[in-house]
Design a protein. Sequence first.
Lengths: 112, 113
Amino acid sequence: DGGITQSPKYLFRKEGQNVTLSCEQNLNHDAMYWYRQDPGQGLRLIYYSQIVNDFQKGDIAEGYSVSREKKESFPLTVTSAQKNPTAFYLCASEGAYNEKLFFGSGTQLSVL
Amino acid sequence: KQEVTQIPAALSVPEGENLVLNCSFTDSAIYNLQWFRQDPGKGLTSLLLIQSSQREQTSGRLNASLDKSSGRSTLYIAASQPGDSATYLCAVSDEGGSYIPTFGRGTSLIVHP
């Protein structure tokens, strides 16, 4: 079945540590997105990529980094510069304009 | 910059009621609008997508309407069931935002037996 896989489901970060969240899709979608969700809040855009080897900052990119070396993969690194990383992180992909957005099951990141 | 607002923030209804969730947006030059469902601790599932040229979309007991001129969309759920309990979010894509979906904060729905 086609879909988006996020891993791990739960992740714990120590102070000063960088951690990487995985997002893989087998839908052959060009566009991929990373959103952050805090309790009771909507989704805020961190980074997005509309084509391989290209990505753009979203509204809250500070303290995060991404890469898009393959069409299927869009990993997100939460760096030590992100001082408040505890949140639910969602990856999404989209095939073309006016197509539905597909989401992964999310990664809950917490600080030890 | 597009802003999306959803009212009410929370809703609790008895089983069997018909209900309406509201979504408003500030820039009416949209490309499409989507309604999503999110269960606790899970990702989002797309329910309905309305293109800018459309007025409504239907899927089973769900009906979503779009009025671009007033900057509003409604999600109508008929004959609500306990299994409908979830958070419902709307997202708007527009040309000014490079077609990137902008989300509202959602409406948390509880349908009690």
